[in-house]
Design a protein around this ligand. Sequence first.
Ligand SMILES: Nc1ncnc2c1ncn2[C@@H]1O[C@H](COP(=O)(O)OP(=O)(O)OP(=O)(O)O)[C@@H](O)[C@H]1O
Length: 259
Amino acid sequence: MLLEVKHLKKVFKTRFSKEETTALVDIDFGVEEGEYIAIMGESGSGKTTLLNILSTLEKPTSGQVLLNKEDITAIKDKEISAFRRDHLGFVFQDFNLLDTLNVRDNIYLPLVLSKSSVELMKSRLKVLAPKLNIENLLEKQPFELSGGQKQRVAVARALISQPDLVLADEPTAALDFKNSEDLLNLFEEINDSGQTIIMVTHSSLAASHAKRVLFIKDGVLYHQLYRGEKTSTEFAKEITLSMIAFLGTSEEEEGSLNA
Ligand SMILES: Nc1ncnc2c1ncn2[C@@H]1O[C@H](COP(=O)(O)OP(=O)(O)OP(=O)(O)O)[C@@H](O)[C@H]1O
């Protein structure tokens, strides 16, 4: 098992009041190497909190997260950035590219920080660039790119360190339909080549490209679906029906399903 999430609980306490919010009640699941998992849930269900704990950005109140048997919730603060850089790849909703660096240097950044050789950076980018269709963008600045191009560059930056796990937070949220579909197809290809991916989303369409969908509500995981041999269109319908049955989605979404 690549990732084991054991009895995660997260309680937020505000500094100025005695009020507590339990964002995660008791989250338990495992991820095998090569899986592609979508985590779905409504606003406030705990998705971001869970992703932040998996990303080592946040510590749980109790519970463990084992990545290759190492408890990442116990990593010392001064070792956390290096751990994140070497083992995890991140793709965010708003791309998070550095405006002052060109595309090539943005992609190299994780390897520059881990003091890798220039030869290694060049050889990794040589393989990635054609796969992600960014060969002609390498000398450009981020502001010269479209949203879809920026996200492909962000995916290259996430993959350049050959991470154990790619964590994606609503990666299609800022993209139009066509660019979303392109990015989701790209994620499938990356997963087909062996990369493990966990993606948080509230889009059934985005989740339908994953192999397994975990549903979270009020800090509890209480349903999961496997894609199996289904097409993404068939799986999207099954996911939406589950959202309606288990989570109680709006009539508007129900209407669009029947349309
Ligand atoms: N830093 C914090 N301090 C206090 N409460 C918090 C904090 N972060 C999250 N929460 C609370 O924890 C619960 C879960 O929030 P979380 O952001 O994980 O949900 P989410 O599913 O990611 O929502 P969204 O889809 O809107 O991003 C919410 O009730 C939220 O208000």
